[in-house]
Design a protein around this ligand. Sequence first.
Ligand SMILES: Nc1ncnc2c1ncn2[C@@H]1O[C@H](COP(=O)(O)OP(=O)(O)OP(=O)(O)O)[C@@H](O)[C@H]1O
Ligand SMILES: [Mg+2]
Length: 353
Amino acid sequence: MGLFQLSKKKAGIGLDLGNKWIKTVRLTKKGKKLELNKLGRTYLKREEIEDKKKLREKIKILLNSLSIKDREVSLSLAGHSVIIKRLKLPKSEGKEEKLEDTIKKHTKEHIPFDIENVYMDYFIIDNPEGDSKNIEYFLVASKKNVVNELKDFIEGANFKIEGIDVEGFALCNCFEYNYPDYISDTTYLLDIGGVNTIFCVYSNGMPLLIRDISLGGDQLTDVVKQVLNKNFFECEKIKINGFSSVAPKDKILIQQKMEELYLTWIDEIQKIIYFYISNNPENKEVENIYLSGGGSLSPKLKEVMEEHLEKNIDFLNPFRKIDIPIANFDLEYIKSVRPQFAIATGLALRNFI
Ligand SMILES: Nc1ncnc2c1ncn2[C@@H]1O[C@H](COP(=O)(O)OP(=O)(O)OP(=O)(O)O)[C@@H](O)[C@H]1O
Ligand SMILES: [Mg+2]
């Protein structure tokens, strides 16, 4: 689902403008298969995030460095800039009119601003274990000015928007394309970014719940900063490159504090899981959690989650069903960073699915 429909093309570029890093993925179609054609990421310093001119420059530098010549890119909207609601409509309502019209009327009550000022999309949730008296649907609405601002921003960098998707949906798209064998199971997806985390419940080909949680890898960099007393950028580098340059006693302290923080994250996640379960008691228990986002690469996070959440935890591989030409990419590098590209890949995939 997307706020704009796309035409089918030979290449798709996803540009994930995160709060901390820009990620881009270019996919091309080779016969029936998709191939990874380009992949790149760049860190954003605070002044680059706050200054639109600098941010545009950063995007241009990244895409130029990858020799990406296309001018059309797909972007995402963060969860907080859209309204995502799972709503119920009695099946008996509006039988004599088109479902689309009934949904539009029904939806008006759930949007806190004038319907004329929003872009809206919806899809029906096919939840066989759910309630049979109501039609359930997912509503996505975004204020037109938010979308228009993003459009102006990207056009100012000489790009055009090919499609816009909500981050949570791009994440689900990425999972759906790459894990067709898991589609009938219910799965939790967790994209841990720099400041935000997206939690999705994905089941039978669609999301059942999408939640934003205010936590992310920045908090871990802050832990490093507290212990080492260096600037944020240096601490970010130290965190990502491992702690080989850090004195053993500081390393132990950092690891200890990081693990304490992980436990607070797990607590937050557990609360949402309980919320989901208590609202969907008829649904089967979820066994698998797929982690993505740069924050998921934090040392020992997966292991600590495994221990406390008692689920099968794995990293989401955005290229599980996408060919990677070995002559053009360092596979070891791709393997070490690929969860961070889940949303960018989900966006790029919109051109093909
Ligand atoms: N190898 C790594 N080890 C540990 N942390 C990492 C690694 N690579 C990236 N990160 C962390 O991932 C975070 C950035 O992840 P990501 O790019 O998914 O976030 P973002 O999309 O920019 O942020 P948000 O989703 O909050 O808008 C940063 O906190 C960064 O330090
Ligand atoms: Mg992100």
